[in-house]
Design a protein around this ligand. Structure first.
Ligand code: GDP
Length: 220
């Protein structure tokens, strides 16, 4: 069977993802300004998206832990960068949501500067998962973030959220449209992943994609 090895590789990747996220996930720190950022350590993957895109729900679904997103959604912490460690193998960084018009202007300026500074100057940041609501597709604010990541040469992947809200045909069209738009962007991963925190669709695949970036498990 010609697809045997491929399927085996896919199964192995899914298993690696499952194992990574089944292990410990510990809150490390909330950073309010650059001086709070944890020192250079393990490989980081950041999660960004417009407010209400479903970022907290996705982090919950990925890790199977309600405490993680609760930590990030604690009032006063939503504009901070929240760091979580997956057993020392991968650090998940929950970035503040953007496009939230009601936040006071000074707050916006502060977290924008912090987030932008983090995104531009973090050597151990391997990828940004850019969350996009599958019903709405890319918006101007998402394109502005993508342009910044392209300029800073920070690798990013589009992750569609709330895929359960669309019929299969419409979801497929959104995936194709999104992939067509990002094809010319230098730092974008060519494939976009569709996920649902509600049905768990795409969650094992996203875990598998993130596991390829993680450090090897410690022996013993
Ligand atoms: P955040 O502001 O990006 O952290 O978004 P939340 O995770 O708080 O989600 C915003 C709203 O979208 C909430 O009402 C969630 O219940 C809803 N939501 C999040 N993920 C999904 C999903 O996969 N499917 C559906 N149907 N609703 C979702």
């Amino acid at each position: 069977m010609s697809d045997g090895p491929t399927r085996e590789a896919e199964q192995a990747a899914l298993e690696a993802g499952r194992l990574l996220f089944a292990g410990p996930c510990d809150f490390l720190i909330s950073a309010a300004d650059e001086n709070d950022l944890p020192p250079l350590g393990g490989t980081e993957v950041a999660f960004a998206g417009r407010s209400n895109v479903g970022k907290s729900s996705l982090l919950n679904a990925l890790t199977g832990r309600k405490t993680l997103a609760r930590t990030s959604n604690t009032p006063g912490r939503t504009r901070l960068l929240n760091f979580f460690s997956l057993g020392g193998r991968l650090i998940l960084v929950d970035l503040p949501g953007y496009g939230y018009a009601r936040a006071p202007k000074t707050d916006i300026a502060r977290w924008n500067a912090l987030t932008r500074g983090y995104l531009r100057g973090r050597p151990q940041l391997r990828r940004v998962c850019l969350l996009i609501d599958a019903r709405h597709g890319l918006k101007a604010s998402d394109r502005a973030v993508m342009a910044g990541l392209d300029t800073a040469a920070v690798s990013y992947q589009i992750v569609l959220t709330k895929a359960d809200k669309l019929k299969p045909g419409a979801l497929q069209r959104m995936i194709e449209e999104t992939e067509a738009e990002i094809a010319q962007r230098p730092a974008a991963h060519p494939r976009c992943l569709a996920t649902s925190s509600e049905s768990s669709a795409g969650i094992p695949e996203l875990r598998a994609a993130l596991a390829t970036l993680a450090e090897a498990p410690h022996a013993g």
